[in-house]
Each structure stands twice: as structure tokens, then as C-alpha cells.
Design a binder for this molecule. Sequence first.
Ligand code: S3P
Length: 171
Amino acid sequence: MDKVVLIGYMGSGKSIVGLELAKKLKINHFDLDDLIEKSQGLTVSDIFKQKGEIFFRKKEHEIFTQKIASKQDFVLSTGGGTPCYYNNHLMFEEKNVQTIHLKASVDTIVQRIIKEKHKRPLVQNLSDDDLKEYIAKHLFERNFYYNKAKFIITVDSKSINQIVNEIIELL
Ligand code: S3P
């Protein structure tokens, strides 16, 4: 087994798919946002508020690098921005790292995060009307990094189980 790293935009299902995938593969699951929150004793929102985004990105890079360098195998659910900072995407080229992009459409993402904006500092101050415009542009920019994944799985209208099974077939 290798290290399996799930990447993709906010709301693409990285956390829940990662959890279920790890259960099936019988390996550990880590959620990068949780690890950052634990290391700071603060929620992601509070880290952004109190220490700023740059601080968050540094911690994200530090913890991501440590995890990839560790000997154990696991499934890691990253944050939506992880591949886009500090050349974190170079880690995807490691032989023992299988990166999977969970690709969701703009409409799916809007639908999923509109009610949870408060948990996501990048969008929490946007009005519902502006959300779609913001996500469409942001996703376009970030696809440059997401498309560096070894595998891409579309997730729109698929169940968690279906996505997990598709990933297992790829690995
Ligand atoms: C971010 C996504 C979030 C979290 C932080 C920044 C981003 O993770 O890391 O709010 O830059 O897209 P999720 O993708 O799990 O929401």
C-alpha cells in the first residue's frame, strides 16, 4: 500500500471520502485541517482570524511535509488550498504517493458550501449571490494544481461508496 492523498476544492468530499476509504483499506486516516487545528489549539477560522492566512499556509506546509516524509501508509485528506502553496504539489511526484483529485463542478461546490460558509474563512464574507462567481474563478485558477494529481475522479451525483470503490479500483 502507498500513501493516498486526496486533493480538490472545498466541498469536494475529501474528508468523508478519506475516512471511508481508510476504513476499507484498513489504514490510518488523517485530515490535514484537523492536524493543523490540533497543533494550534484553534479552529481553521480562528487561525485565519488571529494569525492570518500566511501563518496558516506555513503550518499547512510544515505538517503536510512531515506527514509525507513519515514511514507509515495512510489516507490523507488535504485542505482545498494545500497543493497551491509552497510547491506542496511536488510531493505528488513521489513514487509512494498516490494523489487523487476529487473533481466537483462549480454548481455542486456552491450547493455544498453555501450553508457552511462560516466554517470556511475564504468565502465566509461573501454574499450567497457572489459565491458562484468567486468559486468559478478560484476553481479555474486552482485546477492548474489539482490537475497534477495522478488520478482524477469526478464526484458530482456519486455516493461516497461509489467514489471509494472507484478509488480502490485505481490503486
Ligand atoms: C481552504 C480549504 C479548507 C481549509 C482552509 C483553506 C482553501 O479546507 O484548509 O479554510 O484554501 O481552499 P477544506 O477544503 O477541507 O474546506
